[in-house]
Design a protein around this ligand. Structure first.
Ligand code: PLP
Length: 394
């Protein structure tokens, strides 16, 4: 009789083979050390504004501790519909075209699982946020990468999409402003991509979590382009713009049939986003815009400081126009991005994320989040300067 179980053999090979998140790996390493300045995690350093926390506390006082409907609080869906109409002129029916999710993370997973059949292909920009490819694989799809580079401003182009499309392609994932590069995308490019998407009858999963964190030019919402509203699953949330990462609330907006299908999965898996977070999100949308704009001004100031610092250190850095990441080119040091991040952490106690965590095209770069205080950033750059100085003749 067998006594032990070989658990490795019981794990679905797809799960076994997806990599652990490169962000979390460095986050965990840094957490074990004392005196580390973390530019590693993409998380606002602000706590959620007080009036939002207070709205949540009052809701608890009133006894709001139950499930909400699977689709989420109607009041929140109505506020989201108002916000999307005001910001982008796109009209959604809050009763059938908006689903409240447990962050953009759940929205992404649901959208992929809803659209993908085993063996389908999903187009994913490289570099891009660490979850896209693993979530596509877990849904049964094959991720197909669209290689962007600093030469084209880390922007996806219509030609890239056209070249990558096959009869198996089902969806294109887009994310601008972009994590990890901070790139935004020109409206003209987005319109050209939309034409290719329509021609090949694809859908777009558009992660717009950094839309409000746009410092140069104006953000174009994919759904607002002609003919794209019904082809786009718009994902957004409250984590970044309203400093609400821990609340776990976001939403998907799109075609009613598709949203209903996503809701079918959601009703058996998550049931609903936490009611406390949904109440807080209503308050964020109703009264949180002035506070949000102030946080964005802070990020923008830090963005300029960071660009200046990299120039002084001697690491070429692409100008980020959105999100809160800088993506300096570290190749002059002769180190791989993994070695750079590891040695910087060990020698100077500064945590950054190797660009390779975001795709092959991220090699040669590291991601530095500037959602940290000016004091922390100044100290981190002092340390980085010594680190680079020991490796480069300046
Ligand atoms: N999408 C992008 C591009 C992100 O950078 C992140 C978090 O870093 C997420 C989604 C996850 O968002 P949420 O907290 O809403 O699940």
């Amino acid at each position: 009789m067998k006594t032990g179980i070989n658990w490795q053999s019981r794990i679905n090979p797809v799960v076994r083979e997806i990599p652990s998140s490169g962000i979390r790996r460095f986050f965990d390493l840094a957490a074990e050390m004392k005196g580390v300045i973390s530019l590693g995690v993409g998380e606002p350093d602000f706590v959620t504004p007080w009036h939002i926390r207070e709205a949540c506390m009052y809701s608890l006082e009133k006894g709001y501790t139950m499930y909400t409907s699977n689709q989420g609080l109607l009041e929140l869906r109505e506020e989201i519909a108002r916000d999307l109409a005001e910001s982008y002129g796109v009209i959604y029916d809050p009763r059938s075209e908006i689903l409240i999710t447990v962050g953009v993370s759940e929205g992404l997973d649901l959208a992929l699982r809803t659209v993908v059949c085993p063996g389908d292909e999903v187009l994913i920009p490289d570099p891009s946020y660490v979850s896209y490819a693993p979530c596509a694989s877990l849904a049964g799809a094959r991720p197909v990468y669209l290689p962007t580079s600093v030469e084209n401003g880390f922007q996806v182009t219509a030609e890239m999409v056209e070249k990558a499309v096959t009869p198996k392609t089902k969806a294109l994932v887009m994310c601008y402003p972009n994590n990890p590069t901070g790139a935004t995308i020109d409206r003209q490019l987005l319109m050209e991509i939309a034409e290719v998407v329509k021609y090949h009858d694809l859908i777009v999963i558009s992660d717009e979590i950094y839309d409000k964190l746009t410092y140069v030019g104006e953000h174009t919402c994919m759904s607002s382009l002609p003919g794209m509203r019904d082809r786009t699953i718009l994902l957004n949330g409250f984590s970044k713009a309203y400093a609400m990462t821990g609340w776990r609330v976001g939403y998907a907006a799109g075609n009613g049939d598709f949203i209903a299908a996503m809701k079918k999965i959601h009703q058996y898996t998550m049931l609903c986003a936490p009611i406390t977070a949904q109440v807080a999100a209503v308050e964020a949308l109703k009264n949180g815009k002035p506070g949000m704009k102030k946080m964005v001004e802070h990020y923008n100031r830090r963005r300029r400081l960071v660009l200046q610092a990299f120039q002084e250190i001697g690491l070429p850095c692409f100008e980020p126009r959105g999100a809160f990441y800088a993506f300096p080119d570290i190749r002059v040091t002769g180190l791989s991005s993994e070695e750079f991040a590891r040695q910087l952490l060990q020698e100077e106690k500064v945590a950054v994320v190797p660009g390779s965590a975001f795709g092959v095209q991220g090699e040669g770069y590291v991601r530095c989040s500037y959602a940290a205080s000016v004091e922390e950033l100044s100290e981190a750059f002092k340390r980085m300067n010594s680190f680079v100085g020991r490796r480069v003749n300046r």
